[in-house]
Write a protein that binds this ligand. Structure first.
Ligand SMILES: [Zn+2]
Length: 197
């Protein structure tokens, strides 16, 4: 409510487009689409485990998280992920795979599309405290501290599952598809929206 056109300043009015009620400008073509924001998280493999940072800012001050952050409009998400690693854990990281793409539902802010990558420190690089971090450390993947964001917890669970020996599993694509189909959506779960990423 109470939004205005970014082109002409007119008060937006409700309009139904493709069955969805949106706010639109009565004078020109502007439509206030509520698109998700795109954010990355990277499981960075290092000697002895996974690199986590302890946050020096809200949300999640003092808690541990995966390096990552919002993707800028002019960035490829993979490059944004590498940039965030350079900023937050002060190390060059190369991405080695995609863990998954997730919807992170919010109620009082734009929801997010989280893109989780797997990566590793570039040869010889050591992580160090970067922007927005109090501390940076390597943890064994099976004994991580509580993480600041449920989405990161979910990514780590997915990552740990992916470490299971392939021969113990069925054909991976089928197994993945069946598991996803069987799992209830977490998009409905009540959240503390500002505390999550
Ligand atoms: Zn307008």
């Amino acid at each position: 409510m109470g939004h205005f056109c970014v082109n002409c300043g007119a008060a937006l009015v409700p309009r139904v487009i493709e069955g969805r009620e949106v706010e639109a400008c009565p004078r020109d073509s502007f439509v206030l689409w509520h698109d998700p924001k795109v954010s990355t998280a990277v499981v960075v493999e290092a000697d002895g485990g996974i690199v986590l940072g302890r946050r020096s800012i809200e949300p999640g001050y003092g808690l541990w998280c995966l390096p990552g952050g919002f993707v800028n409009d002019d960035e490829d998400p993979a490059l944004a992920a590498v940039r965030e690693c350079r900023e937050e854990i002060s190390a060059p990281v190369e991405l080695t795979g995609l863990i998954g793409v997730y919807h992170i539902a919010k109620t009082d802010a734009p929801s997010m599309i989280g893109i989780a990558y797997k990566g590793r420190l570039v040869d010889g690089a050591r992580p160090a405290v970067g922007a927005e971090m109090l501390e940076v450390r390597v943890f064994p993947p099976n004994s991580l501290p509580p993480l600041a964001f449920p989405s990161h917890t979910r990514v780590m669970a997915e990552y740990v599952r992916s470490l299971a020996p392939a021969e113990a599993e069925g054909p991976r694509p089928d197994r993945e598809a069946a598991r996803r189909a069987a799992r209830p959506s977490r998009a409905q779960a009540p959240t503390h929206p500002r505390q999550q990423r």
